[in-house]
Design a protein around this ligand. Structure first.
Ligand code: MN
Ligand code: MN
Length: 301
């Protein structure tokens, strides 16, 4: 299978999982149940999740994934961001939708503004395009509707088993030294808000990944927890993972302790939940693209 076909298969898995998720998300429904159901679809249709299912509600912008035995339920109102990833041989699809929990014209306007920003960015994407052009388009579209783009969140280049390869695609007119390159895949993901226009880190951590370049002598630092690191490497390589996927190894409380020790040792990254700075409502839409010599294809549609 060629590179594009791998990306396309991953894209199809995410698309189908998002369709199911959209049906399931309703006030009173358990976040964990939705999450497990969409992750199961991804497992059936691809080599597995590229990262844990993200379900972020209202002023939470990103990085909340249900924990083991999570008891949270969807509230009566607000915008839900369902952000899912799948991979086939490490080739990643990353796509997100916004779902309204109850009819609300203001939330609908915000969600539609961000969706339009994504569509305009995708229409503009072509080989060689500087990523700053995408930021300019996204920002102008969201602002035209009276909202703010979230300036410290954005799209990213994808590499095999790496969700964020260091190439950033801004949501604001920022000069960055990157262009869309043939043979590569990128996620484009505008976020918009009626709040401050930037996110801050919250306290909760529900997502981790292996640091591909751990500090020297890390084995000495982690001691007996090297076994856990080996399991993480076998199961997830450098893809982000949920503690839900490790509760067969240690009970959650013990696992959480060990994971935070490994973060302190520099062996793991962690991804704290991201919160809109003024607790504004947040909408997000995301697609993955693959760049050819002469055109761009969306893999997650
Ligand atoms: Mn995403
Ligand atoms: Mn992304």
């Amino acid at each position: 299978m060629d590179e594009f076909e791998l990306y396309k298969r991953a894209g199809e898995a995410v698309k189908r999982a998002l369709e199911k998720g959209k049906e399931l998300i309703k006030p009173g429904v358990s976040l964990l149940e939705v999450c497990e159901e969409v992750e199961d679809i991804i497992r059936k249709l691809s080599d597995g999740p590229a990262f844990p299912c993200n379900i972020s509600i209202s002023y939470e912008a990103a990085h909340y994934s249900p924990i083991p035995n999570d008891t949270k339920k969807f509230p009566e109102k607000g915008i839900v961001k369902l952000d899912l990833g799948a991979h086939v041989q490490g080739r990643i699809a990353d796509s997100a939708i916004s779902v309204l929990l109850s009819p609300n014209p203001k939330h609908e306007k915000l969600s539609n503004a961000v969706k339009e920003a994504l569509e305009k960015a995708l229409a503009r994407a072509k080989p060689g395009l500087p990523v700053s052009a995408i930021g300019t388009t996204i920002s102008a579209t969201i602002k035209k509707h009276g909202f703010k783009p979230i300036r410290n969140l954005g799209g990213h280049g994808l590499s095999p088993y790496i969700v964020h390869n260091g190439v950033s695609i801004p949501n604001v007119p920022e000069r960055l030294p990157f262009k869309l390159e043939p043979g590569r895949a990128y996620a484009i993901e505008p976020f918009g808000t009626n709040g401050a226009g930037y996110v801050v880190e919250g306290k909760e951590v529900t997502i981790y990944s292996l640091n591909p370049r751990p500090p020297r002598n890390w084995e000495l630092k982690v001691g007996e927890d090297k076994d856990l690191v080996d399991i993480i490497e076998q199961r997830f390589k450098t893809l982000p993972f949920s503690p839900r996927w490790l509760v067969d190894v240690y009970p959650y409380e013990k696992l959480k302790e060990k994971l935070s020790k490994l973060v302190k040792a520099g062996v793991l990254y962690h991804y704290p939940i991201l919160i809109e700075a003024k607790k504004g409502e947040v909408a997000q839409w995301e697609h993955t693209i693959f760049v050819f010599e002469d055109r761009v294809e969306v893999t997650t549609r």
